[in-house]
Design a protein around this ligand. Sequence first.
Ligand code: C2E
Ligand code: MG
Ligand code: MG
Ligand code: MG
Length: 280
Amino acid sequence: RAKEAGRGGFCFFAADMNAQALQRLTLENDLRRALENGELEVFYQAQVALADGRLTGAEALVRWRHPEKGLVSPAAFIPVAEETGLIVSLGEQVLRAACRQLATWQRQGLPRLTVAVNLSPRQFRQPDLVDRVAAILAETGADPDWLELEITESAAMQHAEETIGALRRLREMGVSLAIDDFGTGYSSLSYLKRFPIDKLKIDRSFVQGVPGNGDDAAIVQAIIAMARSLGLALLAEGVESEAQRDFLQAQGCAVAQGWLFGQAVPAAAFERDHLARHGA
Ligand code: C2E
Ligand code: MG
Ligand code: MG
Ligand code: MG
């Protein structure tokens, strides 16, 4: 009987595995179709100066308008896109759309703002990444001074030598560079110093805990001190409350992004909610 139960257990397990594999395969095929049919849309979230609430930039965040499921968040499909390599063409679609959008904003005569686009580790490892970015800038007429690329700490730390070369060339083109989700990896000060970057984005997981959680407060203070000593700009992610904002500002973090200032919204809503007042 034990044997039977074991087998039964195994069959159950296998069936479960199949269901999971099938679900993944469906998602992969769906995503392939989405990329071909232009179902992906770029939303924008405001980045603001804490001193006066002035808009400094926007982060481009991908959304999937699924024909049946409605709006799907990136957490549900970015990991599969990354595993399957679909992230490369997805990332390029997002970059192209964001550059097209920023070129439009430029032509409207708005004061400079940065548009930040996420680069996945896989995209970042492409040997011709810099040429691809240059081609998209040329094609869309976007000013590289308005473009910021976000890479995660772990993506930057892999293959450090090649990474430094690519970052340097991007920067020479006028593109600025931010380390996303900072604090969740393990960059040392000396390592970070070698990277030609402009900005650290303090991860939301630490911002969430301030001012109440002593450990989070200490980590945020340490990151702020680190950025200051390396001459890097700072942005705090995921600011939801006035208490968080006040703490960050008092500690010397000048710029933030989070629901307190607005969620990621379609370009038209971003224009209405944030750009209408920008520079006016
Ligand atoms: P991320 O780059 O760290 O982006 C910040 C995420 O935090 C966004 O989630 C944003 O909507 C969310 N967020 C912002 N403010 C708040 C807040 O006050 N409270 C809370 N709870 N959340 C806040 P989203 O849009 O779901 O994106 C999740 C992640 O997916 C992004 O994290 C990024 O890693 C990835 N992602 C999004 N778009 C792209 C893309 O075009 N390419 C790549 N490679 N990754 C992307
Ligand atoms: Mg980001
Ligand atoms: Mg982030
Ligand atoms: Mg994050």
